[in-house]
Design a protein around this ligand. Sequence first.
Ligand SMILES: *Cc1c(COP(=O)(O)O)cnc(C)c1O
Length: 403
Amino acid sequence: MKYLANDLGYYGEFGGAFIPEMLQPNVDALKACYKEIIDSYEFKQEFIDLLKNYVGRPSPLYFAKRLSEHYGTKIYLKREDLNHTGSHKVNNTIGQILLAKKMGKKRIIAETGAGQHGVATATVCALMDLECVVYMGATDIERQMPNVKRMEMLGATVIPAESGNKTLKDATNEALRDWINNPEDTYYLIGSVVGPHPYPEIVAKFQSIISEEIGWQLDEQIGRTAPDYIIACVGGGSNAAGVFYHYLDDENVKLIAVEASGLGIKTNETAATMACGDVGFIHGSKTLLMQDGDGQIIEPYSISAGLDYPGIGPFHANLFKTGRAKYIDATDREALDAAYLLTKIEGIIPALESAHALAALEKLSFKPNDVVVVNISGRGDKDMDTYIKNIVSSHWSLNRPLT
Ligand SMILES: *Cc1c(COP(=O)(O)O)cnc(C)c1O
């Protein structure tokens, strides 16, 4: 348990709750009751039932034969892309919506960058008949119109954040302002292992279903419960936290997290927090982030909207600092090529985010008998425009035979 949060929400030196005084009562109210609720028998039953019958869990653990041959090792894909709404994000929104309901909340607010978390939140609000307000940067609204329409069809109100760069950070500020003004009836549903304590802990716990399943699925298929490697992409870090969770204390399992380095870590167009960031405060917690000399947050860049985040959750900052997990990065180009490869030889179009995890297969060397689990955090439908636009310039042209 040494890599999980302590009672004050610290992972080593990272985490805590650094919030404006006006927000303190809201966070205190959540802190006072979340443990008892999510550890209760009734809650667990409802959570498991929805994951099974609504989300479609367990997600398959698929032995990717051709990909394994290609890399000369044994590769298993954890298929979070097959979940309802197309990614791992729904595991968390299901958990938090049940928590909000049990707390007697009537109104849900969320922030979203690319719109994926907004869609997952609007989905569970429709399911539970709760009012849903999603804050989204005005720039992001223009870039991600299909997700805006999905949220609206699901009954959510999407409010544009017009300050700053009009992206995720600004949407977060608006959501926090809303929460301060509506402490009684409103629940703030955060989408990754970020934010003030106890959010990172709550989100990691809900996502831990991913590694819980891998344990028995591997056992069923090959008679062992732990792989040699687990690879996941990291934006804020929730899918990686979920797929690492039950293996944190098993130091024989090598944990590999892949950040998006955009055009490259030496350019300014990157989202590789570990490679380029240092200690600071973002989204209510002490963690690692990309900032300039004056502590101003640097706008991140990645081809994949879900990894385009200037910080990383405190859970990961600690795994990085202690060396428990290794943080590497993949560029836009490397991720695109990994996505074309998986599509071509396994018939699976991954989300661009997940393609960063797949790109790591090129950078590591495995033994033939190593068992490698790659978390496919989402499906690629939302990324089709980008894939089509970039395929011409790719050496994975559609007709070229594999060498
Ligand atoms: C949002 C998203 C991510 C990044 O978020 P994490 O919290 O780092 O997991 C990764 N993959 C997909 C498909 C996403 O939608």
